[in-house]
Design a protein around this ligand. Structure first.
Ligand code: AMP
Ligand code: ZN
Length: 114
């Protein structure tokens, strides 16, 4: 997707603080952090949102969640706790239509979310 901002980060056309990457996913810090730790994990494959996900993506999504746990360990929030969020569609406030998993932590997170 030529005009997708996260695809541009994958292609290194725009900078990001990348903290992990492999042949399948990329993780980078959110540009507007909502918590002391706020990292986004994205698949290299452009998928717009959870709404577009099918059975063929089941193992990819599973591996992304495992990566989320690894990133939480890397960031030192695995013991204090964290939240993994996938905003989907208008009511969630989804802004970027390349599926991404927010990993948030480093402070007490409110519930219910705003
Ligand atoms: P969402 O509302 O779930 O679509 O979240 C999109 C997230 O992407 C927001 O938290 C933004 O701050 C973040 N974001 C947008 N552009 C960039 C960028 N260039 N680098 C890092 N994070 C970004
Ligand atoms: Zn994309």
């Amino acid at each position: 997707m030529s005009d997708c901002i996260f695809c541009k980060i994958i292609r290194k056309e725009i900078p990001a603080r990348i903290i992990y990457e492999d042949d399948e996913v990329l993780a980078f810090d959110d540009i507007r952090p909502q918590a002391p730790v706020h990292t986004l994990i994205i698949p290299r494959k452009h998928l717009a949102s959870l709404k577009e996900i099918g059975q063929e993506e089941a193992s990819l999504l599973g591996r992304i969640l495992i990566r989320a746990a690894e990133i939480a360990r890397l960031k030192g929030i695995d013991h204090s706790g964290y939240r993994v969020v996938v905003n989907t569609g208008p009511d969630s406030g989804q802004e970027v239509f390349h599926i991404h998993f927010h990993v948030l932590g480093g402070r007490r997170l409110g519930w219910p979310p705003g």
